[in-house]
Structure formats: C-alpha cells, structure tokens
Ligand binder design. Structure first.
Ligand SMILES: NC(=O)c1ccc[n+]([C@@H]2O[C@H](COP(=O)([O-])OP(=O)(O)OC[C@H]3O[C@@H](n4cnc5c(N)ncnc54)[C@H](OP(=O)(O)O)[C@@H]3O)[C@@H](O)[C@H]2O)c1
Length: 258
C-alpha cells in the first residue's frame, strides 16, 4: 500500500531513539522528508545518519521542546530547510515517579511542561500553515496509562498522559473544518535496546517474564517498529477518516472497556 507520504514534511519530537526514532524511520521509508529533534546532539546525529543512509532526507535539530527559544529555533530551521510542517508528531515524554504526597511542585511542573505544554505549544505553532494549505496531521504519543491506572508512583504520568488525550480530542474537533486531522496513540509496554523496559528486563528478567505473562495477552513486549508503522499510517491520507481518536497499540495489554 502506498501511503502517499512522499515529499511530505514531517517533524518527530524525541526522534533520536526509541519510539520516535522508529516513527521517523517508518515515515522516511515512505519518502517523507523528516526532521527529528532531541537534546543530545551525538545520538541525534547518529540516528539522522542511520536514517539518511537509506537515501532519505533527514534534518536533525538539537532542541529542548520545553524551551520557548528552542521551539522557535526548531520551527524556523525546519521551515527554512524543509518547508512548513505537514505532519507533526509530538512524541517526547517522561515521568518522575513517586507517591503524590512525596512529589514536589517542581516534579509536577517539569513533567507537565514536557508531556503536555510542549505538545500543545508545538501543535499551536504548526496550525496556521496547515490551515493555509487546507490539510495537515498532528499526532500525540500518549500511553495506555493515560487511559487507565498503571500502578503506584505513576500519578504525574497518568495525569499528563490523560490530559494529552483530552488535548488531542479537543484539537481534532476544532481543526476538522480546516482539513487537519488530530489523533493520539496509546502504546503499551514497548521494549527496545536501552529503553526503560529493556533496562527492567536486564535488571530482573524473571520478574519481567512474569509481568509479560500476566499483563500482555500477546505474550511479549511490543517493538518500536510496531509503533512506527501505526504512526506512518495515521500520518497518511490512508487514514483520512480518522480524527479525534486515541488508538491503543498494546498487544491487548490495556483493560479499559472504552
Ligand atoms: N517505551 C514505552 O514502553 C512507552 C509506552 C507508552 C508510551 N510511551 C511514550 O512514548 C514516547 C517515547 O517513549 P520512549 O520510550 O521512546 O522514550 P525515550 O527512550 O525516553 O526517548 C525519548 C526521546 O525524547 C527525547 N527527549 C526527551 N526530553 C526531551 C526534551 N525536553 N526536548 C527534546 N527531546 C527530548 C530524547 O532524547 P534526549 O534525551 O537526547 O533529549 C529521546 O529522543 C513518550 O512520550 C513515552 O511516554 C512509551
């Protein structure tokens, strides 16, 4: 199936490793011109080199998406080098674990800025050009733990990931008349080398084998490429009737009925 992404200008935040790297790789393989950003220059450059080795156009931009100055520079550089963003994938995300009463305002603010505010701010900044063109796609990476409880210590993650689902839905309804589609994806537990699940597997393989058996009906962790492929589809015109959705990609891991 030709996804029709050839030549499209795509920006994936947090594209240097893990899910973001797989998303950028999948869309580059479909002919998109892909910009990726992250804070660490070395890993960003290495990923850009890997993807461009396949013949794709890749623009790495070192930027911290929680900094207004960096976001401005990022959008300017992508605009100058590739053109205005036609597909934005807000993918950065993180957590500060702890019981609510043990967390500080600073913990909350840092993750709200990373998981929610930066997503909203970047989304807002791409809308004018998308409106002018009469089309565009904005995607957000949330989590199954934005839809249901995932265990103790996850309160900041739960709150911000649930908020992103709400943000995506509201934005989808606001922008539908402009031909701009907005969706979120909710991955389950995805293992890739050096990622958080990989580290847990290295540290305690038996506990992780028990976790997989109990929690993931398909009996294994997801792979980053399985997220990348779904994002490439949602970014494409093949998903033209999908907007305002939150799509679980989790091997059956989530338990929510809605
Ligand atoms: N892995 C999973 O099982 C899983 C499951 C559900 C949802 N998710 C969500 O999927 C997304 C990606 O997860 P992942 O596991 O691939 O994460 P990851 O391995 O921690 O990678 C995060 C990416 O974001 C970049 N990044 C972090 N903070 C940034 C900032 N302030 N500005 C710019 N870039 C920043 C990182 O590079 P630098 O550190 O160099 O900046 C890296 O490229 C997150 O939103 C996460 O919550 C992951």
């Amino acid at each position: 199936m030709d996804l029709g992404l050839t030549g499209r200008v795509v920006l994936v935040t947090g594209g240097s490793r893990g899910l973001g790297k797989a998303m950028a790789t999948a869309m580059a393989a479909e002919g998109a011109r892909v910009a990726i950003c992250a804070r660490d220059e070395g890993s960003l450059a290495q990923t850009a080199e890997e993807i461009s080795g396949t013949g794709a156009t890749v623009l790495p931009v070192v930027a911290d998406v929680t900094s207004a100055e960096d976001r401005g520079r990022l959008m300017a550089e992508v605009g100058d080098r590739l053109g205005s963003v036609e597909v934005l994938v807000n993918n950065v995300g993180g957590n500060r674990r702890g019981a609510i009463c043990d967390t500080t305002d600073e913990d909350w603010q840092a993750i709200i800025d990373l998981n929610l505010m930066s997503h909203m701010q970047l989304a807002r900044s791409v809308v004018p050009a998308m409106r002018e063109r009469g089309r565009g796609v904005i995607l957000f990476t949330t989590s199954i733990y934005g839809r249901e409880y995932g265990g103790p210590g996850m309160s900041i993650y739960h709150t911000t990931k649930a908020a992103v689902i709400g943000l995506a839905k509201a934005l989808a309804l606001e922008l539908a008349p402009d031909g701009i589609r907005v969706n979120s994806i909710a991955p389950g537990s995805i293992r890739f080398p050096g990622g958080s699940w990989d580290k847990k597997c290295q540290a305690d393989p038996e506990a992780m084998a028990a976790f997989v058996k109990a929690e993931i009906p398909m009996g294994r962790f997801g792979a980053a490429e399985e997220i990348g492929d779904v994002v490439a589809f949602l970014a494409s015109d093949r998903a033209s009737w999908i907007t305002g959705a939150c799509l679980n990609v989790d091997g059956g891991q989530s338990r929510s009925l809605i």
